[in-house]
Design a protein around this ligand. Structure first.
Ligand SMILES: CC(C)(COP(=O)(O)OP(=O)(O)OC[C@H]1O[C@@H](n2cnc3c(N)ncnc32)[C@H](O)[C@@H]1OP(=O)(O)O)[C@@H](O)C(=O)NCCC(=O)NCCS
Length: 181
């Protein structure tokens, strides 16, 4: 597997990246149809965004994006692996590559939001008020969720947006230090 900058992708590979996005996010109904192409295009055109693609035999099997907002923190958005290639280390390799790029950019932190829109953590459907941080401290998997994938890679919960996607459907915020102060 090779990890390359989006800037090096051919038109075919760019279309493959959109296809991976559609397939990977199909379970939550996000980035379907033309929305995937629109999102992929932002990583070529928006100067505050970049992305890294994982190639197998020249085909895009996953990608990770970075969105530059804060002086010293980089947002990861999105991370997606083609379902046919999940569970083989592609997502982990992309995460590591993004962290290295962030450190090379002079960032100290990588952060992200991982929505629980369809269940997977015990916060799905739960009333998190009046103490959302207590609810977050007691988070546990139900059917499984990327939140725990990130945690195994050293990310820690730094907050949540209650009801971000509807009642009981929070966005879970995680961050990891990628370089020393
Ligand atoms: C989350 C996601 C990016 C992970 O990608 P992935 O390629 O499956 O990730 P990896 O293979 O590196 O790791 C996944 C699991 O496979 C295991 N794994 C890693 N390498 C492996 C290998 N060579 N053989 C078998 N298992 C392996 C990891 O231990 C990990 O286990 P875990 O689920 O217990 O953490 C992927 O599931 C995805 O695209 N999901 C849909 C989109 C999405 O939800 N993105 C995140 C939004 S915040």
């Amino acid at each position: 597997m090779d990890i390359v900058d989006f800037a090096t992708l051919t038109d075919d590979q760019r279309a493959q990246a959109a296809g991976v996005m559609r397939a990977g996010f199909a379970p939550i109904g996000a980035y379907q149809g033309q929305a995937a192409e629109t999102e992929v295009t932002t990583f070529f055109e928006d100067p505050d965004r970049f992305a890294l693609a994982a190639l197998e035999d020249g085909a895009v099997v996953g990608f990770v994006g970075g969105v530059d907002g804060y002086p010293k923190a980089l947002e990861l958005h999105p991370l997606v692996v083609d379902p046919a290639h999940q569970g083989r280390g592609v997502g982990s390799a992309l995460l590591t590559a993004l962290e290295a790029r962030a450190a090379a950019m002079g960032k100290l932190t990588v952060y992200l939001g991982s929505d629980d829109e369809i269940g997977g953590t015990n916060l799905f459907g739960a009333e998190v008020y009046p103490d959302p941080l207590a609810a977050l401290a007691a988070i546990a998997p139900t059917s499984g969720h990327p939140f725990f994938f990130y945690r195994r890679h050293g990310y820690v919960a730094v907050g949540l947006i209650p009801d971000a996607n509807g009642y009981g459907k929070p966005d879970l915020l995680l961050a990891k230090r990628v370089a020393g102060p």
